[in-house]
Design a protein around this ligand. Structure first.
Ligand code: AMP
Ligand code: ZN
Length: 492
């Protein structure tokens, strides 16, 4: 069975197979490491994970490259505000991002690469474009891509370049250029600002340039598949195509995979709306990593996902059902042999599961096929109708399912522990659900801080809050004694 996926470029479902007949070369735009990743970001990275796992299941080896954008305007602004160079600012967010990928059981790409390690390849690409008159330098030292040099511009997002009026572009800035639609390849910087001294002048790369240079460095000038969230289709991916194809004269990526956005309670996620969640926020509220993973992957990548807490609770109980079924199967003492019905149930579930994935990664139907197996398997177990080979066949189907979904194997303790340790190190223990704190003992200093917080609440006559803190500490086995000379605490 071959995997068919919607290709934004061709506008239809295309088979995804390696052009070289051996390894599928794919590039996925990675994170900009200026903050912690939010669940929208992870929805996209998870769907790319589903893609690479499904490809493996269909027997297609992958070479997956992901960049880390470790230089950009927001990084430079945040690093300046923190008073450190960008090279000191980004590593902690890159580290957190990788931890979060591990928490969500997202497989690491074969190649993970940072923008700042590829400045010379980017400069070289600008030189190549300049050599073809597709790039030009303005007086202030910036380099722009000449859109007129690439008549196919708009072929990915199906935007009509002629219809776009000058100034209607996304990143209009103040510099002189031939056309307001020409986009920046390289931004000049002054000494003292973040920048590199290069053959095209002092400056730093534009974001689009980074991805083109890194993709071509590791995958060649022409490769199989390029992935990212739907917001990247225009202008980011359109610009990647324009610069890469203008430089090489070859098709850049054959297949474009775009993941639709995640909404929270039907609205765009935003800090000001109060509906913005990082992965860590959810883990600290004691949702399990596996449930977060399942909730983010169960809606197929081309559908908008409306994230809700009810959805997370549903995912939690779905995982319970799966795990209970798997352990029931393993523990059952069954007669040797097989039954036609038992084997058919397993075979049918596997076939539907694979067919659903092959059909544009329909994770919702793939998941439904496995839940049918859970239902029928449980009924057969209850009725004493299952034989040992039926069981083995069903367990094998669960393994196939989990090679893509990765939620049955219970690895939930580690992500929670990582998140609580992070909260502890960042003075955010007040954001941790009490039941999680119980599992990790508070230090004396942390208890003192809590007691002090309660004293303050009492002085402010906020007795409700004071009682809450006392109860919370009690639930962690810490008893407070209100004496005449202050409050003392002891461990139960
Ligand atoms: P960034 O770190 O902002 O460059 O984003 C990393 C990835 O997350 C990109 O592929 C984005 O398209 C994707 N992304 C950002 N917000 C969302 C969202 N709400 N839903 C799905 N994907 C998103
Ligand atoms: Zn990119």
């Amino acid at each position: 069975m071959n995997l068919r996926l919607f290709n934004t470029l061709s506008g239809q479902l295309d088979e995804v197979l390696p052009a070289d007949g051996a390894v599928l070369r794919m590039y996925a735009c990675g994170p900009t490491v200026y903050d912690y990743g939010h669940i929208g970001n992870f929805r996209t990275f998870l769907q790319v994970d589903i893609l690479r796992r499904a490809l493996r299941l269909f027997g297609v080896p992958v070479r997956h490259v992901m960049n880390i954008t470790d230089v950009d305007d927001k990084i430079i602004r945040n690093a300046a505000a923190a008073g450190v160079p960008i090279a000191e600012y980004t590593p902690k967010f890159e580290q957190a991002f990788l931890e979060d990928l591990d928490s969500l059981a997202v497989e690491r790409p074969e190649i993970l690469t940072r923008a700042t390690q590829h400045i010379s390849e980017m400069v070289h690409l600008v030189e190549r474009l300049a050599g073809k008159n597709a790039a030009y330098r303005t007086e202030d030292g910036n380099w722009y891509f000449r859109l007129k040099a690439f008549p196919e511009y708009g072929k990915l997002s199906k935007k009509d370049l002629e219809g776009m009026t000058d100034g209607a572009r996304v990143d209009v800035d103040e510099y002189e250029r031939d056309s307001a639609r020409d986009f920046a390849l390289w931004k000049a910087t002054n000494a003292g600002e973040t920048g590199w001294e290069t053959a095209i002048g002092r400056g730093r790369p534009g974001w689009h340039l980074e991805c083109s240079a890194m993709a071509m460095e590791y995958l060649g000038e022409s490769f199989d598949l390029h992935a990212g969230g739907e917001d990247l289709m225009f202008p980011h991916h359109e610009n990647e195509i324009a610069q890469s194809e203008s430089a090489t004269g070859k098709m850049f990526a054959r297949h474009w995979f775009h993941v639709r956005f995640l909404l929270v309670n039907g609205r765009k996620m935003s800090k000001s709306e109060g509906n913005f969640f990082t992965l860590r926020d959810l883990l600290l509220r004691s949702y399990k990593a596996s449930a977060i993973r399942l909730a983010l992957i169960s809606v197929p990548y081309r559908h908008q996902l409306n994230f809700t807490f009810d959805g997370l609770v549903e995912a939690t109980s779905a995982i319970d059902r799966l795990r209970t079924f798997a352990s029931r199967l393993r523990a059952a003492s069954l007669e040797d042999g097989s039954t036609a019905a038992g084997l058919a149930t397993a075979a049918c579930a596997q076939e539907s599961f694979l067919a659903a994935l092959a059909n544009d990664l329909n994770t919702a139907e793939a998941r439904a096929a496995i839940f049918e197996l859970v239902r029928d398997g449980n009924i057969a177990l209850d009725a004493g109708r299952l034989r040992s080979e039926d069981r083995d066949a069903m367990l094998r189907v669960l393994d196939v399912f989990d090679s893509v979904f990765a939620v049955i194997a219970d690895n939930d303790a580690a992500p929670t522990k990582t998140a609580v340790e992070w909260a502890r190190a960042h003075g955010k223990l007040n954001e941790v659900a009490p039941e999680l704190l119980a599992a990790s003992t508070l230090t004396d200093a942390e208890i003192d801080a809590r007691v002090e917080e309660r004293n303050l609440a009492r002085r402010q006559r906020n007795f409700r809050r004071a009682d809450e803190i006392r109860d919370e500490l009690a639930s962690l086995g810490i008893i407070l004694e209100d004496g005449r000379d202050g409050v003392r605490w002891k461990r139960k």
